[in-house]
Design a protein around this ligand. Structure first.
Ligand SMILES: CC(C)(COP(=O)(O)OP(=O)(O)OC[C@H]1O[C@@H](n2cnc3c(N)ncnc32)[C@H](O)[C@@H]1OP(=O)(O)O)[C@@H](O)C(=O)NCCC(=O)NCCS
Length: 190
């Protein structure tokens, strides 16, 4: 398991599939995702089996939050399209339990995944795609250190309209710089 300050990242289990389906069928959750048809347990089971055959570093991780003595599963995130020569990868994230939105968990989970990506998987560039009508996600990614690097203009069709997809990324040097700034701030506060 990968432990953060308030969360931990675990490996998803087969028994979690109905929970994932519930999240993916929530219209507000799926609004920002590339999901446009209702999800079924059967389709999610297929996705789970296919996932197990892919390289382990691309397996999703489940975000869990400490509640008293229990850990509550609130969402998933992970890497895909890992390019070993370019040391680059794309990330995706979903906090499926809306009660946990806007509490900093998405940002904390992404920061933890970035640390894992740079310091364990030896990635050099981590990028993502986000729709321009998803300001919560954009703000969260900015807080985690991502910067906008371009737009795919009118590349997505949702709710009867075309929208831009924003490409954001963070490079290893930028990540290292942020860690050093944080350590320096910590030292100065002593
Ligand atoms: C996107 C997501 C991962 C963000 O996680 P989160 O835990 O809700 O986000 P955080 O609390 O860490 O940060 C959200 C930030 O956006 C801000 N925000 C929320 N709604 C906003 C809005 N309408 N406009 C501008 N900023 C907004 C919050 O105030 C917070 O910023 P602050 O800390 O500076 O105040 C999560 O909401 C989610 O999974 N949504 C559904 C699926 C999805 O859209 N996934 C992303 C696909 S690219």
């Amino acid at each position: 398991m990968i432990f953060g300050k308030r969360i931990r990242l675990t490996s998803p289990e087969r028994e979690d599939i109905p929970l994932f389906v519930e999240w993916l069928n929530d219209p507000e959750v799926r609004q920002g995702l590339a999901v446009f048809l209702p999800m079924s347990n059967a389709k999610e089971e297929q996705w789970f089996e296919d996932m197990l055959k892919r390289p382990p570093e691309t397996h999703p991780l489940t975000i869990e939050v400490r509640e008293g003595t229990d850990w509550v599963k609130i969402g998933n995130l992970g890497f895909f399209d890992i390019h070993p020569r370019a040391h680059s990868a794309e990330v995706g994230i979903m906090i499926g339990n809306k009660n946990y939105w806007n509490k900093g968990y998405g940002t904390e989970a992404m920061e933890l995944l970035l640390k894992h990506g740079f310091e364990t998987l030896n990635l050099h560039r981590i990028m993502l795609h986000v729709y321009d009508f998803n300001p919560r996600a954009i703000r969260s990614y900015q807080k985690a250190g991502f910067v906008e690097e371009g737009r795919l203009r009118e590349s997505v069709y949702k709710d009867g309209k075309f929208h831009d997809t924003i490409i954001m990324s963070v490079l290893r040097d930028e990540w290292d710089g942020r860690q050093q700034d944080e350590e320096q701030g910590f030292e100065n506060a002593k």
